[in-house]
Design a protein around this ligand. Sequence first.
Ligand SMILES: *[C@@H]1O[C@H](CO)[C@@H](O)[C@H](O)[C@H]1NC(C)=O
Ligand SMILES: *[C@@H]1O[C@H](CO)[C@@H](O)[C@H](O)[C@H]1NC(C)=O
Length: 401
Amino acid sequence: MLRVLMMSGNGTRAFLLLLGTTLLVVYLHQDILSVQEVTKDYSQMKPPTKNNSYVYSWPKCQQNTAAANVAGFGSLPGNTKDFLYYRHCRHFPMLLDLPDKCGGADRSGEVFLLLVIKSSPVNYERREVLRKTWAKERRQDGAWIRRIFISGTTDSGFEKMRLNKLLEMEQREHSDILQWDFSDTFYNLTLKQILFLEWMERNCPNARFLLNGDDDVFANTDNMVEYLQGLKDNDGSKHLFTGHLIIYASPIRWSGSKYYVPVEVHKPNSYPPYCGGGGYLLSGYTALVIYNMSQSIDILPIDDVYMGMCLAKAGLGPSSHMGVKTLGFYIPSSTQDRYDPCYFRELLLVHRFLPAHLYFMWQRIHDPNLKCGMKKAALNNLKVVTGHVNTKRPLGTTLGQ
Ligand SMILES: *[C@@H]1O[C@H](CO)[C@@H](O)[C@H](O)[C@H]1NC(C)=O
Ligand SMILES: *[C@@H]1O[C@H](CO)[C@@H](O)[C@H](O)[C@H]1NC(C)=O
């Protein structure tokens, strides 16, 4: 080495060039290795065993070309066509698994509230803030709270690889992600729910209750535990499905809408009662009933409506909880601060918060010096209303984005 460094200027330059090239080759080689890792052929993989549950082998689901024979197929938008081609696909390889999240299937009854949060790989900031706030894993009033983000993949090529690696890094640090190798689009949310329920039946069948929701909601999980513990004669082994109840809704037939559902996808002109997908609470029992029912119901791309269809088939219904505000909410008066922590201290869930607002609000409602006009209302006041409620959607302020 010393000799090399003492060589003439030309020699040193040649050496540095050689060194540079070597490093570049090593770097490229590593990159190629990781590409191979991501694009490996899952059909060649061994089925899961106790020690090898990381990746499940499922043959790649083939496009159903017969879907194109449906009358009117040609005039459907691209994502609807795509949906119809792959509607039958219910199994995808798992990229990230958490077989011990609930302490194993047998011990999973110790999990009181399982937070199941739909999160796309790109939403790193949202996951980070949730881990520090309402989705913190903890024992709350003696009840275990556990957290799981459910995710697919986004993008393609290097970007997809990078995002998958990011999730892997997060998994190493937090152990809180389930990821399957399907494309994480709005129309694939139902698929994500079904894949989760299948996972739950295998790994966490006795969890008492679940909160199923988006990664941009403010969830007062302290209040949820209080509410769920206060339920008379339901320890999670009976039916519960509650949230922002929507009844008499019907498919949107206008192709410009995000929620467009043409007759080729769903013939009936109505939807069964369901709870808005921003966040709802359900019992472990009901989750497994929904999973069972889903086996014989075609996938509908709107995931919250699909849950309602599964409930209806089982002869069960969703109920309304006044503490869940997934479509904005009324502010008592226009002069009042819309981020008044005294208000949020009383609620169960509010839709659409930016990460910074979430962090701020979670800290504020736990501030021992927080002074509110009225005493914290008993949660019994936020009682569940079953049956018919006013279906008019409140036109309140929607927070966040
Ligand atoms: C759902 O995911 C599958 C697998 O990645 C993909 O082929 C399909 O296009 C996706 N469907 C929609 C409607 O995005
Ligand atoms: C779901 O179906 C399985 C198999 O048919 C059955 O053993 C189980 O009891 C069902 N679970 C619920 C909660 O209905």
